[in-house]
Every structure is written in structure tokens, then in C-alpha cells.
Write a protein that binds this ligand. Sequence first.
Ligand code: DGL
Length: 281
Amino acid sequence: MSSVTPSESAAGQLGAAALPIGVFHSGVGGLTVLRALREALPGESFVYLGDTARLPYGTKSPGTITRYALGAAGALVERGIKLLVVACNTVSAVAIDELQAALPGLPVVGVVEPGAQAAVLASGSGRIAVIGTESTIRGGAYTRAITALRPDAVVSGRACPLFVALAEEGWIEGPIPEAVAREYLTSLVADVDTLVLGCTHFPLLVGAIRRIVGPELAIVDSAATTAAAVASLLHLHGMLGPSAPPRCIMLATDGRERFARVGSGFLGLPLSAEAIEIVDL
Ligand code: DGL
């Protein structure tokens, strides 16, 4: 496992603006966040790491998730990054403080707070439902982040682990995802006006989810608000990239063919298996 020391931290070094943004996820789900980042910041380069060998994180204990996240962050820092985006709700919910403490001087942006902001902006009544992995929901990070912004909000949550498997399989439309969505969501959304997709896999299933929850409910996820938060941090720190041709490097810990096949749908662009580098954490 790579360790992270302050001297390895890339931010603050001369020329940091030219470094790529590191994006980390347990697998391909964070490519939905990378997609929004690339749209918001077309001049930036990115290095994305999907820990496909150890996915799913969402069913694991906080200690294991934190250990995995520190190892993955260390691998990205060793390559040289100017900012780390934790494009995984599970890691953001469980290990963001440990990551920030391990990476002094490197801006670390998680997806939970931007997701909470999107929810509070979308909700009129303050009655908000959040869906995510077991770990994200169990830890209550979304409830804390939403009520910090809107103290009178009433937040309910439900773990929907089968959605991760369906998205990974590309099984995102038709009677099976709709049946799963009906089972998970019907009672959860009965009395709310906003549903937060608190897992980066779930935007792939938004069509099936929308058919079950109906047209009135606001459905939000954190991709666009995370991209906006990253853009304003880079601006604030004077670290927007130079106008060199941007690059996007893809790293995974296992299965480059599967990463390319499934990841293309998440990123909205074709990915070639040969372009994916396999790394050992
Ligand atoms: N997509 C991840 C998230 O945002 C969860 C996937 C996993 O269980 O590893 O929480």
C-alpha cells in the first residue's frame, strides 16, 4: 500500500497549476463525476483511479474503506496531482477527514457536501430522501451535511446496494431495474420532494428511477455541484490549468477490458482497454 507524507503532497509545489486533478473511486462509478468535471473544466488534465480489484467499498467496514482510500490517494499523489476529488460517496462519507489529514496542503474535495448543497437547493419542503450504499447510509453523513445547511430538513435514507450491481452490469433499463427501484423507493419517497442519488453509480439508473418515483420529485446527484466546487477552489488558489492540450489518464487495479466496457457508459465516451493502465496498490 502506498503511504502519503506531507513532502509528497503536490499542491503548493511550483508549477502545481500544470498538474492534473486526481479523481478516485472504488471502480467505474466515479466516471459520472469525471464526466461533469471534464465538462466544467475542459482545459484541465485528469488522472482517474478506479480500485476495481476491491469494489464494492459500500459493504465494507469504515476501517477497511479508510485503509483502501489512503492507499489509492497515495498512488495518485505519487504521480503528482494538484487536487484530489473523492468521486465516491462511500469514501467521502467515511474517510474524508482522514484523507485531508493525511494530505496537508492538497485540496481534497468529496461528493457528499456538494450533493447536500444540490439537495437543499432543490427542495422546497425540506423533506429529502437519500439513497446510497450501506456504508454511506449507515454513517449518516448526508443527514449531517443537509441539516448543517438547512436545520429544519427532515432526511430519510435507504441503502440500495443492488443498484450498484445493476449499474456495473449495464442493466439500467427495463423491468428488472424498475422492479428493484419499486421495492427500494416506493415507501421512501412517499412524503418527500427531493431524492438524492448518494452513490455515483446511481445516475446511470435515473431513467428507471424516474419511472417509479414519478415526474414531480426532484432527483439530484453531486456530479455537477462537485465540478462547480472544484472549479471555484482552483480559481481561489490560482491553480486553473494552463491552456495546454488536456490529458485524461485512466488507472484501474484490475480488469482493463471490463473497465473500458462498463466505464464507457459512465463517462459517456468510448474507452479503449489498451489505454487503461493497471496499477497495484
Ligand atoms: N459508487 C460508490 C459510491 O458513490 C459506491 C460503489 C461501491 O460500493 O464501491 O458510494
